[in-house]
Design a protein around this ligand. Structure first.
Ligand code: ZN
Ligand code: ZN
Length: 267
């Protein structure tokens, strides 16, 4: 790489980084301000745990998340560089496939990311990998909206790897990637927000049982070993890793009467 190329790369990297940090701040500060300050009283009955994490924890999460964003920006820029160099034909192919494929590829990308997240998440919970890859995220036993990207470097790289792998294997337009990232950060910050925001049925069960609720991921932070999924509950259900107290805890957080779980109840 010649000097002008390197200077150009660094310039682009800084621009990417600026946009990515801004997006992270808009979502994390926005969710924190909306739920923890403006609507704190109105949503008090939906608070999952009575206590809040200390401000120091949230500051560390914010700084570590910005470090993760730097990793995501680097991977994003390398992927875009491959496209500009003519080595990534997927976005052109996807454009030819029209608007139906545009929305189909977005849904598939979200489903694909959920599978990637579930299996890599289970992998880094292995005792041999946990300390190096996932300990930072679980230092936040009681999460906050700032926990969203509070990752060790290795975990940030695993998460960043999904977009290039997807772009190489599935024809996908760039605006789809933009929408995918918006959905991902929205679900991630809300999933760590500490308030159960998902609707419940009259019997206390989730109205949309195939979506992971805030309680679902909050339980993963409270006691790891269950609930590895990101957007959907189906991998945890299929692999038997759903927390046995999940539905009861969801009903409590949604302030509905707890219900008896079908099947054998945990001791
Ligand atoms: Zn975990
Ligand atoms: Zn988490």
């Amino acid at each position: 790489m010649t000097f002008p190329d390197l200077a150009d790369f660094l310039h682009q990297w800084l621009r990417n980084m600026q946009a990515d940090v801004l997006r992270y701040l808009i979502f994390s500060v926005g969710v924190w301000l909306t739920l923890w300050v403006v609507m704190a009283r109105a949503l008090a009955h939906r608070k999952i745990r009575p206590d809040r994490p200390p401000p120091r924890q949230m500051l560390v999460e914010l700084l570590v998340s910005i470090r993760s964003v730097a990793i995501f920006s680097t991977f994003g820029l390398i992927t875009f560089g491959l496209f500009r160099a003519g080595l990534l034909p997927g976005p052109y192919i996807a454009r030819e496939l029209g608007p139906v494929w545009f929305w189909t590829s977005l849904v598939l990308m979200i489903i694909g990311h959920d599978a990637w997240f579930y299996w890599t998440h289970r992998l880094i919970h292995d005792r041999r990998l946990f300390r190096g890859f996932h300990r930072r995220h679980h230092r936040s036993n009681n999460p906050s909206p700032f926990t969203a990207y509070s990752f060790d470097l290795g975990e940030a790289a695993i998460n960043a790897l999904f977009v290039p792998l997807w772009m190489i294997t599935v024809p996908t337009q760039w605006p789809v990637v933009g929408l995918f990232v918006l959905h991902q950060i929205a679900r991630n910050t809300l999933g760590h927000s500490g308030y159960e925001l998902f609707p419940a049925r009259k019997d206390g069960r989730p109205l949309l049982p195939w979506l992971t609720s805030v309680t679902h991921h909050d339980l993963h932070h409270a006691r790891a070993g269950y609930n590895y999924g990101l957007y959907f509950t189906w991998w945890d259900q299929l692999m038997g890793t759903e927390d046995p107290t999940y539905l009861e805890r969801f009903a409590q957080a949604a302030r509905r009467k707890a219900i008896a779980r079908t099947g054998p109840s945990p001791a």
